[in-house]
Design a protein around this ligand. Sequence first.
Ligand SMILES: *Cc1c(COP(=O)(O)O)cnc(C)c1O
Length: 414
Amino acid sequence: MNPFQLKNGQLHVESVSLSDIARRFGTPCYVYSRAALEASLDEFQRELVGLDALVCYAVKANSNLAVLNVFARRGAGFDIVSGGELKRAMAAGADPKKIVFSGVGKSADEMALALDIGILCFNVESEAELERLNEVAGQKGKRAPISLRVNPNVDAKTHPYISTGLKENKFGVAYEEAVNLYRRAANLPHIEVEGIDCHIGSQLLDASPFAEALEKVLQLVDEIEAAGIRLRHIDLGGGLGIRYKDEKAPAVQTYLEPLLRALNDRKLKILLEPGRRLVGNAGVLLTRVEYLKPGEVKNFAIVDAAMNDLARPALYDAWHDIVPVAPGGGKHLDWEIVGPICESSDFLGHGRPLCLEAGDLLAVMSAGAYGMAMSSNYNTRPRAAEVMVDGERCHVVRRREVVDELFAAESVLP
Ligand SMILES: *Cc1c(COP(=O)(O)O)cnc(C)c1O
């Protein structure tokens, strides 16, 4: 479903025009569609009907409480990577028994918090982490439920910064060491082996690396079970891609069907950790053109959103479609869409053929994932407001920051 449609010459989100949102809440502003969030979760849940399965939304993609709450209400669990995300998920109404905790650097305090809350599973990424978790759980007189995140050494064929399943990546335990580490885990007094986990990368546009990873993980499952260790679940991670430009992102069914087939006769609960796929196309970044600066070599459109609001273009050279909210007049040129930050990497798009006038509103599309979540206050810029549209209504789900609060925690020397 695409909730972003032109109606009467104006780009709308569901039934609300983006011009209206800009007038009421200002720019830059992230705008999400509740219907799109729900539709993307439903696409997973439809495939899993009748199966013992749980979709754990990867909170890091977009951690706004309202987004988490929309998913929690529909039965989703959460994949978290920090104590902060754990507290967010709880504040948004998550069921702790549906939370898995991933990440290579969990601190003892974060482990303790997650043990107190009673999460479903720790996805452990190294032997050292396993030992520490055993210690922390011991101090509490508890047993920590764990999966080992194994690194299946498959090439996800995605951007190197978001590829995680190769030997050279920092993630997971080496495939060859996994069975031994499971033996170790099974013998630790404060560890309860629960499952097995892998996550091979992000923005995967082809189902085959998933199938390849699963095949390898299932070989391990057999070896682990032959060693007398029972596994209750298999967590296949996230990584399903979306369309930003002209990518052909397969249907969720296309990704899952071969996996579900391979798992068919196994008595393993299935966990998935999609992030981007659930939120990416459900949000836009709304921005206003401040100045036009046509030039000899390049034509700059300076907008009020910047790399601190949306880092993906600067960080990964990512491409986002940029569309006028009210297409019409203005100067037709190839525009560099750039922000006010003092860095040449501060761009949202290069050479975009658009008709523009100062004051025009632009929507940076597919900005729902790794947009606001990666934003910063660089250049002491208050972070954007976030608005969620629900049919004809819109709700501010994070108010715009004000400058004074950006340095309220700082102090000068006596
Ligand atoms: C980032 C991450 C995800 C989500 O990845 P997407 O590409 O957004 O689906 C899932 N699991 C783990 C462990 C991650 O680090």
